[in-house]
Design a protein around this ligand. Structure first.
Ligand code: GAR
Length: 202
């Protein structure tokens, strides 16, 4: 399965996927890592793993549509079968999602549908929840609203701030994102409308 990753920043989720791939526990082929940020650490992580990289900086385009067309053309050239968003901080347009004929997945640092959008961990702290977590979901045309593949809770303690909570959630992200990709690659993930059924026993 040919997979590409789009990432805007630090790239720790990308790194966790690459680690499992290099340990032979994620049997996919990383064909490219793209970013809207030329300075993204994710691009360096990909280069170190000898994965092809491409930057699509927004300053180089007249508008979002032009940038997305370049990204889509690149993904098509690569023959991508699964697109993984790993801290990609741009919302994909309806046109992008409609043209992509491969599944697109995302990881979000909250238990969706709570706290979509930016600063999910800060939203959780300010709301005062006792449990948060992370969600891997298919991307649809809304904001963090697509069908949910996997979720994992983490506790929120009274002394937490957004940074300590983000750190606790990130550790779990690094476990469930590779697991979700493994399940998809193994054909164990089936979408039935809004619901995603995971077939774990075959
Ligand atoms: C992760 O916590 C990811 O869940 C979040 O950005 C961080 C990226 O970290 N994504 C979103 O908030 C998407 N709405 P990373 O670059 O180290 O993987």
């Amino acid at each position: 399965m040919k997979v590409a990753v789009l990432a805007s920043g630090r790239g720790s989720n990308l790194q966790s996927l690459i680690n499992e791939w290099q340990d032979d526990s994620l049997p996919v082929e990383f064909v490219g890592v793209g970013s809207d940020n030329v300075k993204a650490q994710a691009l360096i992580i990909a280069e170190n793993a000898e994965i092809m990289t491409r930057a699509f900086p927004k300053e180089s385009y007249q508008n979002r549509q032009a940038q997305e067309i370049d990204v889509l053309n690149w993904l098509e050239e690569l023959g991508v079968e699964l697109l993984i968003l790993a801290g990609y901080m741009r919302v994909l347009s309806r046109e992008f999602i409609q043209r992509a004929d491969y599944p697109i997945i995302n990881i979000h640092p909250s238990l969706l549908p709570s706290f979509p959008g930016l600063n999910a961990q800060k939203q959780a702290i300010e709301y005062g929840v006792k449990v948060s977590g992370c969600t891997v979901h298919f991307v649809d045309e809304g904001m963090d609203s697509g069908p949910i593949i996997l979720q994992q809770p983490v506790p929120v303690f009274a002394e937490d701030d957004e940074h300590t909570l983000a750190e606790r959630i990130l550790k779990v992200e690094h476990q469930i994102y590779p697991e979700a990709v493994r399940l998809i690659k193994a054909g164990k993930v089936k979408r039935e409308g809004r619901k995603v059924i995971i077939h774990t026993d075959s």
